[in-house]
Structures are given as C-alpha cells and as structure tokens.
Ligand binder design. Structure first.
Ligand code: DGY
Length: 325
C-alpha cells in the first residue's frame, strides 16, 4: 500500500522527520521558506496531510485539497481552523497542548516583570549612557511591585492555571479569573476567585489575557474595557492579537490611562515597525515567542508529527482540537 502524502510546512527536528518519513511520503518546506498561495493550492491537490502553523484551513483552501484527511497544527492555538467547514468535510484537526503550558506561563511572567520594572526601557537607558544623566532622580527609575498585588486572568485554561500557580505560590499574588466554566482546582490550589470580567478589570493590578481567539472573543478588550482598569494597571496579551483593539490600547497607553502593557502577539505578525504600539516606551513588545524554547519547540514538533501520523493511520492517541472531537 502506498504511503499517504504529507505536506510539511515547518522545519522539523530529525527525529520528527524520521517519524513522519517512516509512514508518509513527505513534501517539505524546511528553511523558513513557505510556498506562495498559488503554489500552495497546487500542492494541495494530492496530499492527505498537512503539518503547519499559520495557514488558514477554510472552505476555499479545502476546495483545492480533495484528498485531505488531516491537518496537524504545531501550536496549541487553532484559530486558523474553520472548524465547522473541517467538520463538514470530516477533516481531522490536531494541535499541541500540554507541552508548552509552563513555557508560555514563564513568558507571561517575563512580560509582567519587564513591564512592571520597566526592564527594556531602563536597559536601553543604561546602554545609551543616560544613567544618572539629565537630572535623573532615583524615582525616575521606579516601577511597580508584582509580589502581593492582584492578578486577573481572562481565560483559565491550562496556561492560565500555570500563570495562577506562579502568581499565588511564587509571588503571593491574589488571583482573580474569568472563564466560561469554573476551575475548582485553581480555586483550591491557588485561592483563585471566579468573577465576571467587569470586577476583574476593576480590581486587578495585572490583567492577563489568555482567552482563545474565536468569533465571540475577537475584539473583546477595547476602549470600554481599558476604561474600567486601574490607572496603574498593566495589561498582558500572550494569546492572540485580534482579541484586543490595538489602536485603543495604543491610545490608553499614550495617554497614561493605564500604566503599561506587555505584548507577545499582534493583529498582524510580524507587526509593522511603524505601528503606534511600537513607538511607546511603556509597551514591552516581543515577537510571538510564548513557546519558543529549544526544549518546548522540540516537544511541540514531536507532538505535531505524532498527531499527523496518528490522524492519517488511525493507529495511536492524538490531540484532536475540542470542536472536532
Ligand atoms: C501557540 O502555540 O498557539 C502559542 O501561540 C505559541 O506561542
């Protein structure tokens, strides 16, 4: 029997390539180069599987992929899946949960601490030889405490819980959370208090957005929500850019309506260097590196490879996204 054909749109570690190659005929794009739209659609005409991160899997794409059976995302987020269309066509969609939870939670704390203590801004000041210059007083370098403050987590999934754990056990923070369902474990283990979005925004010193991007959550944090936050609040987004109205965020940061933000994600990625958010000293901006450690990216690649093979062969446990189970 011939092997299924799989289009691999990520550079994969050798072990992952070996695993896929054992069971599939691979068409690989290995060095960061991705096919253009036309080339991609042509390639899809006879592949059964795709392993990738960003390509939108929608009805237009599926029209060009008559044999497609499975799409394996090398990410936990899967907002690039049109799950209702995939369901209709019986396409299996998988992702890579669990292996990145702690790594993304660490990055969220890096953003919290960087924004609170103004790390990038003051790093630049030292390197530019401005330390103690221009009549600087000690208070010009003051930041905000993280320990013993209140954190509000919007979206208490696995990563949200990993953030709550660090906050409560490591930093003695009070934890509030809003979520579709209550999380008894987080309440018991970290003293997390379940609340509506409005009081969470009003009471938190740090507002951490970790909700998934869906048609319902798109644009959920905009002017109205920023207006509810404390003037000293620090806003963190490491989930997906389109959850936030970036122009409203830039506006409240520029006018001191909230204190600072830490961002790992944007509406367009890579973000345009002329974007208003990138002109602000009180916005800490990272290039979507939530899961980007060597160890975690390796684990994600192996999970994605295993998911692809399992979905095509039906011979092992895989991580199908909830909406397609
Ligand atoms: C994911 O896997 O969805 C995250 O955005 C990684 O940073």
């Amino acid at each position: 029997m011939s092997k299924p054909r799989a289009l691999i749109l990520k550079a994969m570690p050798e072990e992952a390539r070996r695993l896929i190659g054992e069971h599939c005929e691979m068409i690989e794009y290995r060095s960061g180069y991705l096919p253009g739209r036309e080339e991609l659609l042509a390639l899809l005409s006879d592949v059964e599987g795709i392993l990738q991160t960003d390509v939108r899997i929608d009805s237009e794409l599926l029209k060009h992929a008559p044999k497609l059976m499975a799409v394996s995302n090398q990410s936990v987020g899967y907002n690039n899946f049109d799950t209702s269309v995939m369901k209709e066509r019986g396409i299996i969609g998988t992702h890579t949960p669990y292996v990145l939870d702690d790594t993304v939670a660490d990055l969220i704390f890096a953003l919290i601490l960087s924004a609170a203590r103004r790390v990038p801004e003051l790093d630049l000041l030292v390197k530019q030889g401005k330390w103690g210059k221009d009549g600087a007083k000690a208070e010009h370098y003051f930041g905000m405490d993280v320990h013993h403050s209140t954190i509000g987590i919007i979206g208490m999934g696995r990563i949200g819980e990993a953030v709550a754990k660090r906050a409560a056990l490591g930093f003695d923070m009070k934890v509030l959370y809003s979520n579709r369902t209550r999380k008894p474990h987080a309440e018991e283990a970290y003293g997390a208090r379940y609340c509506d979005l409005e009081p969470l925004l009003q009471e938190s010193d740090y507002v951490v957005l970790m909700a998934p991007l869906t048609p319902e959550t798109k644009g959920m944090i905009r002017k109205e929500q920023f207006e509810l936050m404390k003037r000293t609040a620090i806003f963190i987004n490491a989930s997906r850019g389109p959850l936030v109205d970036e122009h409203d965020l830039a506006d409240v940061l520029a006018h001191g309506r909230i204190l600072a933000a830490g961002l790992d994600v944007y509406c367009e990625e890579p973000v345009d260097p002329r974007h208003p958010l990138l002109q602000l000293p009180n916005a800490v901006t990272l290039p979507h590196i939530g899961s980007a450690t060597a160890r975690t990216r390796y684990d994600m690649a192996m999970t994605a490879a295993n998911n692809l093979v399992g979905a095509l062969l039906g011979d092992r446990a895989i991580h199908v996204v909830p909406e397609l189970k």
